[in-house]
Design a protein around this ligand. Sequence first.
Ligand code: ATP
Ligand code: MG
Length: 428
Amino acid sequence: MANKIQSIRGMNDILPDETPAWQFLEEKLRQLMHGYDYDEIRFPIVEKTALFKRSIGEVTDIVEKEMYTFDDRNGDSLSLRPEGTAACVRAGIQNGILVNQQQRLWYLGPMFRHERPQKGRYRQFHQMGVEVYGLDGPDIDAELICMTARLWQLLGLSDSVSLQINSLGVPASRDVYRDILSDYLEVNKELLDEDSLRRLQSNPLRILDSKNPAMQEMIEQAPRLMDHLDDGSKQHFAQLCAYLDSVGIRYEINTRLVRGLDYYSKTVFEWVTDKLGAQGTICAGGRYDGLVKQLGGRETKAVGFAMGLERLISLLDQDELQKHIKHPHAVMLMMGERAQNAGFALTEKIRDKLKNIRILNVCGGGSFKSQMKRADKSQAEIALILGDDELDNNKITVKYLRANKEDNKPQQEQLSQQELLDLLTKLQ
Ligand code: ATP
Ligand code: MG
């Protein structure tokens, strides 16, 4: 036998018994976006490498170590998208939908990062993201946080997650702080790990983001960006907090929250959970007012977030999910050649008439017993049985597969086509 070709490590198949959970989540997300009147955008999975370098930043985990980058046949350097924001901005600029306009957009799809695969961390994973352009007030930042809080409610996760927020200020105030922080880190240089030493010059703020346990105490003692904010950012942040207070969303101000990407300004936030071990961030976002200009567009205010769908799904209650798995309403058993033809036509006729019916044909024939076995396995409500006897009488036998023995209803009966349609209408 030939060697089996395996999938790429960290890139998973989503099997039929898992797709109902994905469909459930995707449906809730669409419902949520509908409720806030956001529009879906779809952009390619591959972009020019320069787009990600310029937006995410050269000195970030993603660009330094995680991107799937390759030369295509023309010799252009391309990368599989590691996140959605850069491509969304690129698409917005290129299609002229950002200038003098407001856009409230969302997207959903696979992202690719060459990380060490483990639970909650994959090389192909899925994000749902939201990006808003042309609005600079804290009200829109608050709206994004509200919609995520509403999603946790819809998914029954409100008790499993908590919100952390921070403000990164504007570039000018951040530059002042960067110097203060650099001085502090310089003094504590012997405590820095290799990654942090490298970032000391290029991106010292990112050192605050480090998860290295040995550095936590030193980071804890570091000067706080929050104490060096410009007045505009301070006010913006205070108003954001007031909006959240007004709708009863609880939050923790985490002054160390800087986020892994270069392009943030003012508001940043993360929803975290303690139920997924080290992979505890399920949703992260913030304001990135400088990015559109940085990528060649006109200055445009922007704010957004992205959430990891694998992590969300692993938080969902499995019993609750079972309830959302859809089974066929009816399964069609056909005994003998005449019945096979007639039954095939009948199920098509039923689908013509009843738009929401879910009906499974037991194809391939076989004995009554083997067809019945497949009918049971399908978990359908009823079995429709068609054989010579039924055809001669212009009837169809209906067997109630879920009927309770104690009920006084028949377990099985013969119906006319019209009676059958009436029954199925009720079931669908
Ligand atoms: P982490 O700190 O866990 O590496 P991140 O800061 O790199 O996360 P973002 O770039 O902000 O993550 O992406 C937003 C969300 O996407 C994360 O909060 C997480 O839920 C999800 N995510 C990121 N990387 C992965 C991955 N490799 N596998 C699965 N989900 C991921
Ligand atoms: Mg990461």
